[in-house]
Write a protein that binds this ligand. Structure first.
Ligand code: FMN
Length: 158
């Protein structure tokens, strides 16, 4: 089985999820592309699209990749990387609205890396981090359980 994972993020976390997923997809041939690169979607059996969230919105490049897949009648598996675990269900619901054709939608939580960016984004991540700490909310980390469940779903689709 040939699988393409398109990771649409900014600071590397969505790509990190793609790499974890690839490790779990034992026996499949998996390519990972950064949503920032030019997409060549031909020649795969299954597609996985990953998106981060900024200010409640999914990544623009995610929508671009989804559009290309739609044109060729393909339905992706979708994962979302965001910091707000308390909004897991609501992010999954809104993604299901955006991509009703998705074979599954999983919020895998996220990580906050202010050292990966500069300027406004750095400031935004640091404020986000501090805000969560001050509010007693959990600090983001990836949910391996969700990534494993996603891998299982893909493998079982064979
Ligand atoms: C400017 C900015 C805004 C963000 N807004 C949200 C948000 O609204 N909801 C959320 O769950 N996470 C938000 N995050 C957190 C990221 O989605 C999260 O850290 C994700 O794992 C980053 O993935 P990436 O490294 O692939 O960009 C925001 C991060 C940044 C930098």
């Amino acid at each position: 089985m040939n699988i393409l994972i398109v990771a649409c993020g900014d600071t590397g976390v969505t790509l990190k999820v793609a790499a974890k997923l690839k490790q779990l997809l034992v026996g499949a041939s998996v390519d990972i592309v950064d949503g920032k690169d030019k997409l060549n979607l031909s020649g795969y059996d299954e597609y996985v699209l990953g998106s981060n969230i900024h200010f409640g919105k999914f990544n623009k490049r995610f929508y671009k990749a989804l559009k290309v897949l739609r044109k060729s009648g393909k339905s992706p598996y979708v994962y979302i990387s965001g910091a707000e675990i308390e909004k897991k269900e609501s992010y999954e619901k809104s993604m299901t609205k955006e991509a009703p054709e998705a074979k599954c939608v999983r919020f895998v939580w996220g990580e906050l890396h202010s050292d990966a960016v500069r300027g406004f984004k750095k400031f935004a991540i640091e404020s986000f981090f501090k805000g969560r700490k001050d509010d007693g909310l959990p600090i983001p980390k990836l949910l391996d359980k969700e990534i494993k469940a996603l891998a299982r779903q893909i493998i079982e689709s064979k």
